[in-house]
Ligand binder design. Structure first.
Ligand SMILES: *Cc1c(COP(=O)(O)O)cnc(C)c1O
Length: 473
């Protein structure tokens, strides 16, 4: 190696030297030491590489200590922050599974914080002064809201289905319509869950039509359960027929077989009132006489991730005492959020819509959305000073989370197109913003749907676009 390069390399400060700097003191106060050391090493290492890989006369100069510190600072900002963090959902998909499904409202969060910051009567009976039951905090509420005799909660609806099948039908046949062998989000498929539960799948009917006689003919000495699955993320339309719930319940009674309904979304409120599509409610399933109903806590219910199981008391007792139930149990944070969400429903639909973000987003009216889109568009126009083509146009939002597949949620979106550069670049810049902003891209434009924006989000979007647009020029 030439003498000049050796001199350059010698000018690079050592890791220890950088750790002694004033800047390092503030890094060490904010980030774990190992990550600070790693960031310094990688910045210095890259500089060394750059010097070694270039020909003599093109080798970069060694930056000043403050410049190196700035580089380390930026590296830390990118690599040492927490991985799971809030993002702004401008996609208009309300129950976006990749973005964490239902957001929780401030009142619910305040309760979670209160319960989580210290000890709680999670499994402690304050009347008797001894061991209590974990699920008692939500069972009464669930029974009230659905009309069921008994209820319990597990980690998610997939776990609920697995647990119920395993408890009631292990080693036996479960009769289910071919039209209902659903796959949800790629990793939950009825036939596979069935296999893992130890129950045997007995498919009946065809993809588009299943009759009561199909079920009747399949029932035999090996049958353990009749299962109905809500085809939440698709619909079979046209020449199609499914067996009404009441008929299935009657057949179950005649043959002494429990009937289970995997409701998927399981909303508590009739969304038709808000002019939205039709999703079966848990109350209807219970009223129809279904023995066990399962549904998610974080879909249309708008609560935390959870699997809710409601139904007949004797069956719920068996389900709760299955050892698998312990393996899929929920923690106190989930229970706190769930109890509060259920309690909001008990206060009436208006109260629930006001305090549960998912319900509020679902019921936003087009005039409100159009006004928000116009306001956002004009704020963006002003902040980006002609660097973006900004408009608004009619679109549709989506319920998401595999619910209301044909749901029709008219909205008005803000459309953006950079005058220079591509829509893909702009989308990426927004995604890498802090906080990240996730949008839809359609036909060379970015679409921002005000339906899924939370208070404060619009301001962040305007600020981000202002910065990005001025950087690009
Ligand atoms: C969403 C869904 C599931 C899975 O529920 P998770 O809470 O995501 O585990 C199961 N069955 C149906 C019909 C669904 O819609």
């Amino acid at each position: 190696m030439s003498r000049d390069k050796t001199l350059l390399l010698r000018k690079i400060p050592g890791v220890d030297e950088m750790l002694q700097s004033d800047a390092a003191r503030s890094w060490l106060a904010r980030y774990p030491r190992v990550l600070v050391v790693e960031a310094i090493r990688s910045v210095l290492g890259e500089l060394r590489e750059a010097i070694l890989s270039q020909p003599e006369n093109e080798a970069p100069a060694v930056p000043s200590l403050p410049d190196l510190a700035a580089a380390v600072q930026e590296r830390l900002r990118q690599t040492a922050r927490l991985s799971l963090r809030p993002v702004i959902n401008a996609t208009g998909v309300i129950l976006h599974t990749n973005l964490g499904r239902s957001p929780l409202g401030p009142e619910t969060l305040a309760h979670v914080l209160e319960v989580a910051r210290g000890y709680a009567n999670l499994e402690y009976d304050l009347h008797q002064g001894g061991r209590g039951k974990r699920y008692r905090h939500v069972e009464r509420l669930l029974c009230r809201l659905t009309g069921a005799e008994a209820a319990t909660v597990v980690n998610n609806n997939a776990a609920a289905v697995l647990l119920v099948l395993n408890t009631l039908a292990q080693g036996k046949e479960v009769v289910v319509s071919r039209g209902e062998l659903v796959e949800i989000g790629g990793s939950f498929r009825i036939p596979e869950v069935m296999e893992k539960s130890g129950a045997r799948l007995r498919e009946v009917g065809t993809t588009n039509k299943t009759h009561l006689r199909d079920y009747e003919q399949a029932v035999g000495p090996d049958t353990g359960l009749l299962l109905k699955v809500h085809t939440s993320n698709y619909q079979i339309v046209g020449f199609a027929q499914e067996v009404p719930l009441g008929d299935l319940v009657r057949l179950g009674r005649q043959r002494g077989l429990p009937v289970m309904y995997d409701l998927g979304s399981g909303s508590f409120v009739d969304l038709r009132k808000a002019g939205i599509g039709r999703e079966p409610t848990a109350q209807e399933a219970v009223r129809a006489g279904v023995d066990v109903v399962t549904f998610s806590g974080d879909k249309l219910l708008g609560g935390p991730q959870a699997g809710l199981i409601v139904g007949r008391r004797d069956l719920l007792e068996k389900i709760r005492s299955n050892p698998l139930a312990r393996a899929v149990r929920v923690d106190k944070l989930t229970l706190a959020a769930l109890e509060h969400t259920l309690w909001l429903y008990l206060s009436g639909e208006d109260r629930a819509v006001q305090a549960i973000p998912t319900l509020r987003m679902l019921s936003l009216s087009l005039p409100i959305l159009a006004r928000r889109a116009r306001n956002l568009a004009s704020a963006i126009r002003k902040a980006t000073q002609g660097r973006l083509e900004v408009g608004t146009q009619p679109e549709h939002s989506q319920a998401g989370g595999g619910s209301l597949p044909l749901g029709h949620l008219p909205t008005r979106v803000v459309t953006l197109r950079p005058r220079h550069g591509s829509a893909a670049r702009l989308e990426e810049a927004l995604r890498r913003n802090d906080p990240p902003i996730v949008v839809r891209v359609k036909e060379g434009r970015l679409l921002l749907d005000p339906r899924t924006l939370l208070p404060g989000d619009a301001r962040e979007i305007v600020r981000a676009l202002e910065r990005i647009a001025s950087d690009e020029q």
